[in-house]
Design a binder for this molecule. Sequence first.
Ligand code: NCD
Ligand code: ZN
Length: 363
Amino acid sequence: MNRTHSTSNSPPKPGAAGRLLLRQPDDWHVHLRDGVVLKSVANYTARQFARAIIMPNLAEPITTIAAAEAYHKRIVEAVAEDTSFTPLMTCYLTDSLAAREVEQGFASGVFTACKLYPANATTNSSFGVTDIKNVYSVLEAMQRIGMPLLVHGEVTDSEVDIFDREAVFIERVLSAVVDDFPVLKVVFEHATTADAVAFVEAGGANIAATITPHHLEFNRNAMFQGGIRPHYYCLPVAKREQHRLALRRAATSGSPKFFLGTDSAPHVINAKQSACGCAGIFNAPFALESYTKTFEEEGALDRLEAFASEYGPRFYGLPLNKGTIALVRQEQRVPDCLDCADTQIVPFHAGQKLSWQIERDHS
Ligand code: NCD
Ligand code: ZN
C-alpha cells in the first residue's frame, strides 16, 4: 500500500537501515494473572511497556483498595529489578460496590479506572454487573471525579448470537450510559466490530477504544482453519473480515480515540487445548512487533508512535513517557511455546516469522 499521511509532532521515520525509534509505549489493557503465572508473564509486558492498565479479573476479583494495593505489590515484585514498570490498577465493578471505595481509591491514586464486566461475559466475570442500573451511583461518582470506565462491551444473553454480542451491547447498554453520563470517560475495550468503531468515532472526546494486535491480524476464520484452533479463541471473539478491516482503518487513522491495549490473556496450554478451552490470547511477548507488522502493512508506520505511546496517556490525563524503545527490521521466529512455571503457554504468532524485533540493550 502506498498511502501517504500528513503527520504531526515529528513522527518517527523508519531509518534507512530499518530502525524505528519510538517513545516508550504503554499497554492500556493487560491480564497479568497472579502467583506463578504472574511471575512468568509480567516481564514480557514490562520489557516493552512503561505502564499498563492491569485487569482486575483474578479468581477473586479486585474490588477493594486493599486488594489493589496488595496486587500492585505482587506485580512490582514479579518484575525484574532493572526494569521500571508502573502497574495502573483497576477496580472490578460489582452490583454492590460502594461509590465511596471507588472515589477514595481514585483520590489516593490506587485505582486509575473501573472495569465493567457484564456478569459471565468472560473469564472470571461471574461477580460482574447483572444490570447496569445497579452501578449508576458509582458511574455518577466516576463522572464527577473524572475516573475512566473501561467496558467489556458484550451482552451475555445466550439468545444473542455470539458474533452480535458487541453490537447489541452498544444498542442496549452503552448508548444509554453515554446519554445518561455525557461527560463520563469511557474506554471501549478490545473493540472488535465496525459498529464499535463507528460508535466511538461518533462520540465526544470522552469516548475512546483500545484495539488488540490479534483483532488487527486475523478474522473469525482463523479459529477454524483446517480444524478447531483454540489459540485463536478470545473474547470478544474475532468477527468477519469487514470488521477486522474497520479496526485496521481506525488504529492507523491517526485518530486519538484509538490506542494500544493488547488484552494479553495468558492461559496455560492445557486450559486452552481442552474440550472447553479458555478464552484469551497471550500476545504480550511480541505485542509491539505484532502492531508494527499491521502498521507497516497499512503504510502507516509514521502513525505507530502516536497510537502506542501518545493517545493513551492523553486520554487518561497522564504524562507521556520520557524513555524510548527501538525496533529493528530483523526477522525472528516466534517460539511454539514459552515456559510458564512447570507447564507452557502458547504465544500469539507461535511458529510464525515476524520481520521486526525490539532492539536489545537500547537505552
Ligand atoms: C480475558 C481473560 O482471559 O481474562 N480473555 C479474553 O479472551 N480476552 C478476559 C477478557 O478480557 O475478556
Ligand atoms: Zn481483557
